[in-house]
Design a protein. Structure first.
Length: 267
C-alpha cells in the first residue's frame, strides 16, 4: 500500500468522518453564539467582543463551557485536516475540471477559516484576549504599500460576502448536501440555508467595506473584523433593529451548520 493510499484510508475512516461532521457542527455552534452576542449588543450590552473570540470567551464563563470549548477545538482540528485533504485529493463526485479546481480552492479557504477558529478557541482556553485583527491590520498598514494590501483584502472580503449571498439566494449550498429528496428535513435545510447564507454574506460585505475604509483612513480600529462591523451597524439610525434581523440570520446560519454536519457530502 502506497503512502497516498494510506492517507486515503485514514481520511475515509469512521473517526475522521465523525470528526469532520463534528467540526462542521462546531462552525455552526460558533455562529449561534455570535448571534446571541449580536442580539445582546442590539439591546445595549456592548462590553464583550461580538465575534468569534467573544463567543469563545463568553463560553468559557458558562458552566461546562470549557468542556464544550474543548469539543469545539477537537472538531476544528479534525475538520481542518479533512478540508486540507479535500483540497489536495479533490472530489470523487465532481468530474468537470474547472469545478474541481474551484472546489479545491474553496476547501483550502475553509481550512484556513477553521484553522483560525482553532487558534482562537485555544487562545480562549489559555485565557488570551481578542484584538488580534486590529493589531495585524496596524502591522500591515505600516508596511510599504500596506494601505493597498489592506484595501485588497477588504475588497476580497466584500466579494466573498457577495458570493455567499449569491450561494444562498440560488441555493448553491445544496450541492454539498445529501438531503432527503422530500420531507421536513429537506425543507428545513433549504429555508434556513437561504436565510443563513444571505445573512452571513451581508456580514462579510460589511466587514469588507470597513476594511477598505480602514485602509483609506489609515485607521486599523475600523478593520477589527466582525466585531467592528456589528458594532458599526448597531450605531446607525435603526441600527439595533437591523442588527436583530442580521443576528436572526446568523442564528439561521448556525442552525444550518448543524444540519450541514448531519447531511454534508463527505467523499
Amino acid at each position: 500500500m502506497t503512502a497516498g493510499e494510506d492517507v486515503d484510508e485514514v481520511a475515509e475512516s469512521t473517526p475522521v468522518r465523525v470528526g469532520a461532521r463534528l467540526g462542521i457542527g462546531a462552525y455552526g455552534v460558533t455562529h449561534i453564539l455570535i448571534a446571541v452576542l449580536a442580539i445582546q449588543l442590539a439591546f445595549g450590552r456592548s462590553g464583550e467582543r461580538t465575534d468569534q473570540s467573544g463567543a469563545f470567551q463568553a463560553l468559557t464563563a458558562q458552566p461546562l463551557g470549557l468542556a464544550l470549548l474543548w469539543v469545539l477545538i477537537i472538531g476544528f482540528a479534525t475538520v481542518t485536516a479533512w478540508r486540507i485533504y479535500e483540497s489536495v485529493r479533490g472530489f470523487t463526485w465532481v468530474t468537470e475540471r474547472r469545478r474541481t479546481l474551484m472546489r479545491r480552492a474553496a476547501s483550502a479557504g475553509h481550512a484556513i477559516v477553521t484553522a483560525t477558529l482553532l487558534v482562537l478557541a485555544v487562545t480562549a482556553v489559555l485565557g488570551g484576549g481578542g484584538g488580534g485583527g486590529e493589531r495585524a491590520t496596524a502591522g500591515v498598514l505600516g508596511l510599504p504599500g500596506g494601505q493597498v494590501i489592506v484595501a485588497v483584502v477588504g475588497v476580497g472580503t466584500a466579494v466573498t460576502g457577495g458570493w455567499t449571498v449569491w450561494t444562498g439566494w440560488t441555493k448553491g449550498f445544496l450541492e454539498d448536501l445529501v438531503l432527503p429528496p422530500v420531507g421536513r428535513a429537506r425543507a428545513l435545510g433549504v429555508r434556513i440555508g437561504v436565510i443563513g447564507f444571505v445573512a452571513k454574506g451581508v456580514s462579510l460585505v460589511l466587514m469588507g467595506v470597513l476594511i477598505v475604509i480602514a485602509a483609506v483612513r489609515f485607521d486599523p480600529v475600523q478593520a477589527n473584523g466582525l466585531d467592528a462591523a456589528l458594532k458599526t451597524l448597531a450605531g446607525q439610525p435603526y441600527g439595533p433593529y437591523l442588527l436583530v434581523v442580521l443576528a436572526i440570520g446568523l442564528l439561521a446560519y448556525g442552525v444550518f451548520g448543524l444540519v450541514d454536519a448531519r447531511y454534508h457530502r463527505i467523499s
